[in-house]
Design a protein around this ligand. Structure first.
Ligand SMILES: Cc1cc2nc3c(=O)[nH]c(=O)nc-3n(C[C@H](O)[C@H](O)[C@H](O)COP(=O)(O)OP(=O)(O)OC[C@H]3O[C@@H](n4cnc5c(N)ncnc54)[C@H](O)[C@@H]3O)c2cc1C
Length: 379
């Protein structure tokens, strides 16, 4: 399949693939078993310069991401990292999505202050927006010089590797619309609970619960304008990268299964050929729709957002089919711990529960009827 990559993009893919083959994939089982953050992978990403992927070139970044000169390259790195370890890819994408928001919304001095730990020490930035079901919403009280904030955020990927944390979707008594801010990890009253992260899969992308107990946030740490996160559809925008991760992981499972079947001498069997034909067609179609959605973004952001939800829905359907079919074609032994399929199976079972899949299809359907839809919808 010709995906229409530029020469530069193909070179970048080759670099990511090399790193994945030599270093990231060989470490993945260790990080999964120990439940440690993929520290050596992240050091490699720092050295490659990819922790500044979504920062404007004028500020020393690579200029990728939706507002960059080369939007697709961010998603290509994400997808190809996921081929080796979806947890590492998730740390990479959450960080770079937060960076993209900071780059788009913050003032020059704020950006310098918040990216310095990444530039110098490879610190990651979490994007903590989601809250546990039933917990009181995180709220900010206006006080002299800033805000006092209390509440709980869950699934704060990268929080244990961060110096500055992006905290979003916070109600306040001073603005009608939610605010967002950056909080330093040493802020009194902030507790980062990593112990809670004991999931079935995606174990290495440590995603703590954050407990904010009357934390002081100075005025200068406020990011953007009240309501800007939803007003500019950032909830929808950050979802493109989940799709890239699903597709890199789906390809890893597909390639592994293809090789397994070939080595067992079953490649001439027409039933296996049929199954692999189905999977290949779905993976290629999902990739094409994702790349196309990203390529449309500059020209027609609204249509691109709908296309991105098409891609997300199809990628999840594809992933589900790959997971099931790969195991069914190869047999139950393929799901033993010694094979990477077992880990990807657990990783993707959890990761696809990120949700918004029915919502993704509903957004596409509403746009077909010319009815209103909300690309930020979470429930
Ligand atoms: C690996 C991983 C990393 C994550 N990282 C981050 C992060 O860095 N930052 C962050 O803010 N969040 C992150 N999230 C959290 C995510 O955004 C959600 O908040 C979280 O997955 C919700 O889990 P829950 O159990 O609270 O589900 P709930 O929100 O309680 O939902 C329960 C179920 O209801 C389903 N559902 C809800 N509404 C509908 C509907 N209308 N139609 C059909 N089904 C519906 C959902 O799909 C879900 O399966 C991450 C999630 C995962 C899995």
């Amino acid at each position: 399949m010709d995906f229409g990559f530029t020469q530069e993009q193909q070179k970048l893919i080759d670099r990511v693939n090399h790193l994945v083959r030599e270093r990231i994939a060989p470490r993945a089982a260790h990080y999964d078993q120990t439940g440690e953050a993929p520290a050596d992978d992240l050091k490699d990403l720092h050295q490659e310069g990819w922790l500044l992927a979504n920062l404007d070139k004028r500020r020393g970044g690579l200029g990728y991401g939706l507002y960059g000169d080369d939007p697709l390259s961010f998603f290509l790195i994400d997808e190809h990292l996921a081929y080796g370890n979806p947890s590492t890819a998730h740390c990479f994408q959450v960080h770079n999505n937060a960076l993209m928001m900071i780059d788009a919304m913050a003032g020059a001095a704020q950006i310098q202050r918040w990216i310095e730990p990444t530039v110098k020490r490879g610190a990651l930035i979490p994007g903590a927006g989601a809250e546990p079901y039933g917990s009181p919403p995180t709220t900010a009280k206006r006080v002299a010089g800033g805000y006092r904030v209390s509440g709980t955020k869950h699934y704060a990927t990268n929080a244990s590797l961060a110096e500055w944390l992006w905290i979003g979707r916070v109600a306040s008594d001073s603005h009608a619309k939610p605010i967002m801010f950056m909080m330093h990890r040493d802020t009194p009253g902030l507790k980062i609970d990593t112990e809670v992260w004991r999931p079935t899969g995606m174990r290495a992308c440590i995603s703590p619960w954050l407990y904010l107990d009357d934390c002081f946030v100075p005025e200068e740490n406020l990011l953007g304008q009240p309501g800007q996160f939803l007003g500019e559809n950032w909830m929808g925008k950050i979802n493109f990268a989940f799709t890239a991760n699903y597709l890199g992981s789906a390809r890893a499972m597909y390639d592994w299964a293809l090789n397994y079947v070939r080595e067992r001498g079953d490649g001439k069997d027409s039933f296996r050929q049929l199954r692999f034909g189905e999977l290949k067609s779905m993976i290629d179609a999902s990739r094409l729709i994702l790349y196309n959605a990203v390529r449309m973004f500059n020209r027609d952001p609204e249509a691109a957002m709908v296309a991105a939800h098409e891609a997300k829905w199809l990628a999840k359907e594809t992933l589900e089919k790959v997971m099931w079919s790969a195991a069914e074609i190869c047999g139950s032994t393929a799901l033993f711990v010694k094979h990477p399929l077992e880990r990807f199976y657990r990783d993707m079972h959890l990761h696809m529960m990120h949700g918004r899949h029915d919502i993704a299809a509903q957004i596409v359907g509403a746009s077909e009827f010319g009815e209103p839809y909300d690309v930020n919808r979470t429930h």
